[in-house]
Write a protein that binds this ligand. Sequence first.
Ligand SMILES: NC(=O)c1ccc[n+]([C@@H]2O[C@H](COP(=O)([O-])OP(=O)(O)OC[C@H]3O[C@@H](n4cnc5c(N)ncnc54)[C@H](OP(=O)(O)O)[C@@H]3O)[C@@H](O)[C@H]2O)c1
Length: 378
Amino acid sequence: MKSVVLLGATGSIGEQTLEIIEQYPERFKLVAATANHSVKALEAIVHKHDIKIVAIAESHVAAFDDRQCYSATNLDQLINDLEDDVVVVNALVGAVGLKPTMAALKRGFDVLLANKETLVVGGAVIMPLLKESSAKLIPIDSEHSALAQCLRGSRVEDVDKVVITASGGSFRDLDKAALENVTVKDALKHPNWSMGAKITIDSATMMNKVFEVIEAHYLFDLPYHKIEAVLHRESIVHGMVHFVDGNVLMHAGPADMRIPILSALEGDLIRLPYRSVFDITKIKSLSFETIDPIRYSLFDLGIAVARKEGLHTVTMNAANEVAVALFLEGKIAFNAIEEIITDCLLAFDNGYEISLDAILQLDAQVRAYVEKKYMDGE
Ligand SMILES: NC(=O)c1ccc[n+]([C@@H]2O[C@H](COP(=O)([O-])OP(=O)(O)OC[C@H]3O[C@@H](n4cnc5c(N)ncnc54)[C@H](OP(=O)(O)O)[C@@H]3O)[C@@H](O)[C@H]2O)c1
C-alpha cells in the first residue's frame, strides 16, 4: 500500500490522480491533500478519503480547524512533519512547487512530478539533492512519461536524441498576425487536452514545450542539443527515443493524463489495468512538423534562455506566470505575454550563482516588476 500526499488536489491533475487512487483502494491511500482557494472541493476530498492532513490558503485555514491544517504557503512544513513514508504527487501549478519538492526529496520521499515549473526554476538545485537522496523523481507529464518508458533498461550514453511532441495549442491554425485579437475564451479551448488554465495558455504560446525541454534536460540528464520538439497535431505519439544504433522507440496512446499518472504511481515493476480506449485503426494519419520559429517565436526564445543555464529560466518563468495570469484576467492581450517575458529577460541581471534563496529572491523581484509595470500601467 502506498500512502499518497497530493499537492494541488483540486486541480486538473489532482482530480485525475484522485480518480486513479479511488480505482485502486487496495494499493493507494490518500493521506494528505492541498488546495489554494478551492475550499468546497478540498472539503469533499477530506470527507471522502477521511484524511487528517490538509493545506489551503491562509484565509481559509479556519474551515479545516478539525484537521491538521497548514497554510498553502507552508507545504514544505507539511512534508517535514509527516511521520510515515509517503509518495508525494506534486500537481501544483507554478514555481510554488519548488520548495515542497525539495522538502520531499530531503525526506527521501519519491516525488511524482506534474509541476514542471519546479525543474524550470530549480532544476539546478533539485538535481544535486536527488543525487544525495534515496528518493526518485518520477515524471507525470505525458511526454516525459513516454520518454521514461522508452528509456527503461537503456543507458543514457546510447541515446542519440529524444523527441517530444507538441499539439500546437488552441491557436495553431491562426497565423501570427491573427493572434493580435484572440480572446481568453478561445485560448482556453485546447484542441486535444483538457487541462488547467495556465498550462492551456502555455500550450498556445508554446512556452509549455520550452518547459518540457527543460524538464527532459534534467530528468534524463541530456544536453539540450539532444532534445527536440516537433509539432504533432494528433497528440497520439507523446515521445520518441533515437538510439545510436539506429533503433527508434516511440510511445503512443490516447491523450489521457490518467495513463501517465497511473504509470508514475505504479512504479517500474508492475502495470495495473486501466480501461484502454486506443484503437489504431481509427487513426487516419499521424503528422510531424518542425516548430515554425516565426509563428512560435516564444519557443525559440525560450530554448535560447534554457541553454544559458543560470537564473535566466527563473526570470522567464516568473514573467510568464504573471503575464499568463494577467491575460486570463483580461488585463493584457495574448501577444503581450511574449513582450513581457522579453522585457523581463532584458531588465534583470540573471546571474549564475544558483541557490534556493537566489531563485526565490529573483522570482519575487520579477513578479513585482511585472505587476507594477503592467497591472498598474506605469
Ligand atoms: N493539466 C494537465 O493535463 C497537465 C499535464 C501535464 C502537466 N501538467 C502540469 O501539472 C501542474 C498542474 O497543472 P493543472 O492543469 O492540474 O493545474 P490547475 O488545474 O490549475 O491546478 C493547480 C492546483 O494547484 C493549486 N494551487 C494553485 N496555486 C497555488 C498556490 N499559489 N499555492 C498552493 N496551491 C496552489 C490549485 O488549488 P485551487 O484549486 O484552490 O486553485 C490546484 O489544486 C502544472 O505544472 C502543469 O504544467 C498539467
